[in-house]
Design a protein around this ligand. Structure first.
Ligand code: C2E
Ligand code: MG
Ligand code: MG
Ligand code: MG
Length: 284
């Protein structure tokens, strides 16, 4: 009997694995079409000023509007895009779409000169693309966006895997006046030394910290230390993944600069985000 169950289990797992591989192969094939057919959309998740609780910007997060499979998240298709050489096109689409919107908001909502900015995630591969800095510069100019209105986020794995040339790109982007953010801090091989070594202006603390804050006092000690260190270096802190009122209050108590999370809003389509913008007071 147990032998029989074991066999069924094996059968079950091999089916799960088979389905997963099948889906990946399909997505790989369909991703090429998605690029030419323009099937991507950019969602915006508000970032909130920790003390005033007002919106001071957003993070741009890409989704794939698949014609039959529904909305597919970046955790699933970005790694595939990186593997099959499509990340440059998708990455540029996200940059262009975001800057186009920022340019439009500059005209329509007069956000130029306010603290409002939008963050875009970069894949490590984009940093080694030929002429990447020039591409960013061209897109900013085309849409009349100031460099400080666009933030660029990279993760620590980017820095670890990166070559000297890609680290030079980070310096070049920072020299243009674009604020750089170190994303997902606290996952993987974290080192505060990265903050000193590279021109980061923003530190994004991974959601794993805030999510255990209520039952793990060690996290509070750690967060206090990160915050103190960041303040000393003049680096702005963003806490990701704030889902509850209690977590928000902890962030305020520890005096972080910004928060982002489902407690305030999930990532949303641009029209919904614009409705929010219309209701808010812009902070100067
Ligand atoms: P990320 O840059 O760390 O973005 C934050 C992720 O956390 C988003 O997932 C967001 O929806 C999610 N999140 C925000 N608040 C909460 C919360 O309170 N609770 C929980 N559980 N999750 C929250 P999303 O949109 O699925 O994106 C996943 C990752 O995909 C991003 O992580 C980023 O690394 C990558 N990504 C997204 N857009 C792009 C892009 O345009 N280019 C590249 N290269 N990567 C992207
Ligand atoms: Mg990010
Ligand atoms: Mg993150
Ligand atoms: Mg991430």
């Amino acid at each position: 009997r147990s032998k029989e169950m074991g066999k069924n289990q094996t059968h079950f797992y091999s089916k799960v694995i088979h389905d997963a591989i099948h889906r990946k192969v399909e997505l790989e094939r369909e991703l090429h079409n998605a690029v030419t057919k323009d099937e991507f959309v950019v969602y915006y998740q508000p970032q909130i000023d920790c003390s005033t609780e007002k919106i001071i910007g957003a993070e741009a997060l890409v989704r794939w509007k698949h014609p039959t499979k529904g909305l597919i998240g970046p955790y699933e298709f970005i790694p595939i895009a990186e593997e099959i050489g499509l990340i440059d096109k998708i990455g540029e689409y996200v940059l262009e779409t975001t800057c186009e919107r920022l340019g439009y908001w500059n005209e329509k909502y007069k956000i130029l000169g306010t603290r409002f900015s939008v963050a875009v995630n970069l894949s490590p591969l984009q940093l080694s693309l030929h002429g990447f800095v020039e591409t960013v510069q061209r897109i900013l100019k085309k849409h009349k966006v100031n460099p400080e209105q666009l933030e660029l986020e990279v993760t620590e794995s980017t820095l670890i895997k990166g070559t000297d040339a890609s680290s030079q790109v980070l310096f070049d982007l920072a020299n243009l006046g674009i604020p750089l953010a170190l994303d997902d801090f606290g996952t993987g091989h974290s080192s505060l030394l990265q903050l000193q070594k590279y021109p980061f202006q923003i530190l994004k603390i991974d959601r794993s910290f805030v999510q255990s804050i209520e039952d793990n006092p060690d996290d509070i000690v750690f967060l206090e230390a990160i915050n103190a260190f960041s303040k000393t270096l003049g680096i702005l802190t963003v806490v990701e993944g704030v889902e509850t009122k209690a977590q928000k209050e902890w962030c305020q108590k520890l005096s972080f600069d910004r928060i982002q999370g489902f407690y305030f809003a999930k990532p949303m389509p641009v029209n919904e985000f614009e409705d929010l913008l219309l209701k808010m007071d812009l902070q100067h």
